[in-house]
Design a protein around this ligand. Structure first.
Ligand code: TZP
Ligand code: MG
Length: 215
């Protein structure tokens, strides 16, 4: 795959707590059955060894569905498990260094918190941008301002890179977020906390189709 190819539409970002006590791997596999086509493992408090083990297990599950696994934040874990990519925030790993370590074939994502972020020189090295957050969410409490639909549309006009919207994405707003210029939706609680993660993913895919028809 090269940088101009970003065929993904529904991005599961994992969160153990959002799985509500159910088995983490079961939740992810159900989501994959429902149509998630890219997965990011996001672990904020696991010791390195446990993070690696969990990522390796997850990579094997994703492989069954031919879905790439992206690692949040840790270049080291991405390298050790040979994940398909890495996602970083503005204050995380340096994306240029990450590219040098992981190789330029890996999918690199960078979160943009506002329009000024787009002018940072390292932005060019990202394959896709996370639009973070499209809406404020209880799942991540340390975000700054939300992009909203207008901000997303402005960002769409300012860059050709794929845009992945994240933050309180749900069935009610999914189609609108896509029709305002997002290429892909990233979801935590809308899938991980759903009674049926498979049905939630399936329903989100339908909303994405709806949104694409109105782009
Ligand atoms: N980055 C920006 S918002 C967010 C992350 C990881 C969490 C999104 O969680 P949810 O439950 O889909 O609102
Ligand atoms: Mg981060």
């Amino acid at each position: 795959m090269n940088q101009s190819t970003f065929p993904y539409r529904l991005y599961l970002v994992t969160d153990q707590a959002s799985c509500l006590g159910r088995n983490f791997f079961w939740v992810v596999e159900e989501a994959l059955k429902g149509g998630v086509d890219i997965v990011q493992i996001r672990e904020k408090s696991l010791p390195l060894e446990d993070f690696i083990r969990k990522a390796e297990q997850l990579k094997a599950i994703c492989k069954k569905y031919q879905v790439p696994l992206i690692i949040n934040d840790s270049v080291k874990v991405a390298k050790i498990v040979d994940a398909e990519g890495l996602h970083v925030g503005q204050e995380d790993a340096n994306i240029k260094e990450a590219k040098a370590i992981l190789g330029s074939s890996k999918t690199l994502g960078l979160s943009l918190e506002n329009m000024e972020d787009l002018r940072k020189p390292y932005c060019e090295d990202a394959w896709y941008y996370g639009v973070s957050p499209i809406y404020a969410t209880p799942t991540k409490k340390d975000t700054k301002s939300e992009w909203g639909l207008e901000g997303l549309a402005n960002l769409r006009n300012a860059t050709d890179k794929p845009l992945v919207a994240i933050g309180r994405v749900n069935l009610d707003n999914a189609a609108n977020i896509i029709s305002h210029g997002a290429d892909c939706l990233a979801v935590v609680s809308g899938i991980c906390s759903a009674p049926s993660p498979a049905h939630a993913a399936e329903a989100l895919r339908k909303k994405i189709e709806e949104g694409l028809n109105h782009q």
